[in-house]
Write a protein that binds this ligand. Structure first.
Ligand code: NI
Length: 182
């Protein structure tokens, strides 16, 4: 396994629509997934999409740490997970504002509106299909990572630029009470 270099905002690999993966079980994909999980843990982050490690493929890894999950049956902690060729469906019209970071935008954070509930589907490296309906932080992480596969960074979803800044400054201003980068 290896820790991979992470592309930063401004690199064109982060702005393109990624390609579907023909063979999720291919050795190169398994290796990429293992390396992305190691890279996400090392960063540390709670999500990492393939374009962030210079691979424009429709795949991301994520996790929901216990301290981030709400007390909700649809927002439970989940260990390192992968979604290959995911589909995402937003449920309902409710949007909630929450703090997000991105390993491609180091040191910064913003409050971004996201659907409070989503349904997603995808496969893992063994071809198992994954279908989940989730809410809260779990739903937020998946929406953020899914956006990366379409070349969308959270900055494109900003609705209030007063809620965007460097972590240190936002913390000093007591605008952030909790959170780890996404
Ligand atoms: Ni990100």
């Amino acid at each position: 396994m290896a820790i991979l270099k992470i592309a930063r905002m401004g690199h064109p690999v982060l702005l393109q629509r990624c390609q579907p993966i023909d063979d999720p079980g291919a050795p190169a994909i398994r290796r990429l997934v293992a390396d992305m999980m190691e890279t996400m843990e090392d960063a540390p982050g709670v999500g990492l999409a393939a374009p962030q490690v210079f691979q424009p493929l429709r795949l991301f890894v994520f996790r929901v740490p216990g301290e981030r999950a709400a007390n909700d049956p649809h927002d439970t902690p989940i260990g390192n997970s992968v979604l290959i060729n995911p589909e995402l469906e937003l449920i309902g019209d409710e949007r909630v504002l929450g703090w997000e970071g991105c390993l491609s935008i180091p040191g910064m954070r913003a409050a971004i509106p996201r659907a409070s509930r989503v349904r997603y589907r995808g496969v893992d490296c063994d071809g198992n299909s994954i279908t989940r309906e989730v809410s809260g932080f779990h739903a937020r992480v998946v929406q953020h990572e899914y956006d990366h596969l379409d070349g969308i960074l959270y900055t494109a979803r900003l609705t209030d630029y007063t809620l965007f800044g460097f972590n240190e400054e936002l913390t000093r201003a007591e605008m952030i009470r909790q959170g780890q980068p996404t």
